[in-house]
Design a protein around this ligand. Sequence first.
Ligand SMILES: [Zn+2]
Length: 173
Amino acid sequence: MDHLTPQQRHKNMAAIHNKNTKPEMIVRRGLWKRGFRYRLNHKRLPGHPDLVFRKYRTCIFINGCFWHGHLVDSATIESSACCKIPTTNHNFWVAKIRRNKERDKEEQRKLAEMGWHCITVWECELKPKQREQTLDSIAFTLNHIWLQDHGAKSIPYPQLEEEEMQMPMAAEE
Ligand SMILES: [Zn+2]
């Protein structure tokens, strides 16, 4: 039995969809274990990045392969190995995935303009066999970014607003 109105159900589904989905937890635990500290779901940054590493001036987005159209060409929006676009309501899904891809791109462009680096982690890269390698590679990229930014000349990044200082650090375990 289902007692929810369509609106309630939609809200419910959205909440479940957004809340600590498994791929995100894998990345959080893996990077925490590797010594990285971060903030979660930063509401003040474009696209509300899943993880924010201030020290590295880097945002991480953990993307579902279907919703964000992994390996889907932005121009043609045809199914890829990672993202099978349903044949039912095909045009709806094509439009939806195109919009999502455009939005992702736009948000990352804004972040880059603000001096932030972005790392996109795809769900498929977190399958058990690839997981550790993916996490190592993210750690490598973060360290590389830090060295690059602090190498030749050290430019202090503009400080963010004070509110950010009050955001709790993510603590696990
Ligand atoms: Zn994928």
